[in-house]
Design a binder for this molecule. Sequence first.
Ligand code: PGA
Length: 254
Amino acid sequence: MNPDRRPLIAANWKMHKTLAEAISFVESIQRETGPCSDREVLIGPPFTALKAIRDNLKQQGYSLGAQNCHWEEKGAYTGEISPLMLKDLGCAYVIVGHSERRQLFGETDETVRLKTAAVIKAGMAPVVCVGEVLGEREGGKTFEVVGRQVEGALGGLSAEQMDGVVIAYEPVWAIGTGRTATPGQAQEVHAYIRARISSLFNKAVEKNVRILYGGSVKPSNIDALMAEPDIDGALVGGASLEVGSFKSLVQFNV
Ligand code: PGA
């Protein structure tokens, strides 16, 4: 972690929690952690709980985010949610290009690019997910794949539009498997992404962009991950669902 970049601990609840469960969670976590000034906490519930969480998020340092969106502002897209609707609900962030969306719902670098631009246009910050599958890592293709995804999502943006953009490196083989990348493995890819950002934009964007690690982050491994210089936070699935484990993550030590 670099003190110039405020660490971001993000909960990706995926398709979990009823309204009552979501409200109870956010009431408890805010009570347990108190205000957060040197770190930011992002809650990413399913769409159905966004408004209720917005109404119950009062603690300093807490933000609201969605897990996906469409790239159009409105139109005949049955079942979709537009960035403007999410902004209207109080979202500050939208996760785009999560590997589950890429693998299970047909998202491509092109749709991730469209969504990223639409989220920025609507005045929110995208959390752009990238990461290689196991075969790509074992085949020595990690940098190639991650570089292509980063460029695919961000390539057409200006340096100004990059203000606030967050990247999440999530090796697909580490998501929900209990198999975390080692801090060294993660740092190596984070440093590569940062260098790639420098060549796509400039040194200022390289220095300011926050890059989160995701994939089986838990209380027992967060401190070592956060100690790496290019890891600026975590995108957390499983361990974000329980107040006790998420509190430990929010209260990581460096
Ligand atoms: P996990 O999920 O923490 O359960 O591995 C991370 C994610 O999918 O963002």
